[in-house]
Design a protein around this ligand. Sequence first.
Ligand SMILES: [Zn+2]
Length: 425
Amino acid sequence: MQNFTDIDDKILKRAIAENSSMKEVAEKYIAAYFEDADRLNILRADSYPRATHTIDGIQRLIHELEQLNYAYASDGDVYYAVRQFPEYGKLSGRRLEEMQAGASGRVDIEEESDKKKDPFDFALWKAAKPGEPAWESPWGAGRPGWHIECSAMVRQELGESIDIHAGGMDLTFPHHENEIAQSEAVTQKPLARFWMHNGFVNMDGEKMSKSLGNIRLTRDLLKEYDPMAFRLFVLQAHYRKPIDFTAEGLEAAESGWNTLKEALKFSSDFSKLPGWSTLPPELDQDAVSRFNEAMDDDFNTPIALSVLFELAKDLRREGNLLIHEGQTQMPVEELQRYWQTLASLAQVLGLEVKPGAGDATLSTGVSGTGTVGLTDAEIEALIQQRQEARKAKNWAESDRIRNELQSYGITLIDQKDGTTRWHHT
Ligand SMILES: [Zn+2]
């Protein structure tokens, strides 16, 4: 399940700025989110509850908290009384006393309100203000606070305890802490067995933020980079660590994706070889167990990817041998096992060659955007120039061209008959 907290101060602000309604703004961004997610091959969740569809469940939960003395109504608002929940702070490791002592803690707490009994209390229900969307409730017309929306949606959709709760590291405090306080006060059961928090997203070494003006949208990056290269880039960092988007990093990921893509496509050539079975072979157990071990270790995708690249490099070398020398080194049975293993592990990570968009041709591995690599024709033209340099005994120029091609990952092999073959390194 993935929820949409579609009642929120930020959405409301945006609606006012765009002279639109909260509902319209939410719909627009939810649709945009699905578009981007589909392009990145992010599978759909089983359910997508929304706060606006869970108003009854939200009000029920607030009512229960009130009855259990964890919440109090105050002039149309309802607040959670943080000091009633002794374990408050257990997820983030923050203690109320420490936050109170240090002025820095104050920046994280909810907006000041004289309706609160304690500055750390947070709103479960907010009384309607003129022009804002509102729902009828036992406390008067108003709207839910952000934190209670999540607790209510989890409870309604999945029950009292869940296995894994995921979210951004920046939401650990106060959002997830407040979710725990709300849910566990009522159920007396752990809200989640595991919390998975993804690291900050940086842009060129700085935190992406509105105030720095360095926000880049996924959809803009997808105009420049293959969605699978983008996906690979994200998987190359451990999810708990910060991820730093840079042009160099994304270009390297694009070239990495080309390597994988090429290897995945070699099956069409290999499958013509005698000995290629029509039945899928057993997978390479060594590769599979190393992959699983990495994934079992808190989703260590950088290590898991290294297994894919090992297989891909062997397949690519064999594929180039087949194209340029007409034969492979590895037995066909082994090739098929490697290919099958690569294809199945890549699929686990959602790295799949989709027909169409920005396709590389088999023998070149050139990306559709032309930012990485050379086309076949460009390679042949450079080889031709080098032949002429050699004829003129201009060895410096000949070496320069060889090095230039090498920088694109193209290795030249001069044949006895004076011709030159090439392959990817
Ligand atoms: Zn949440």
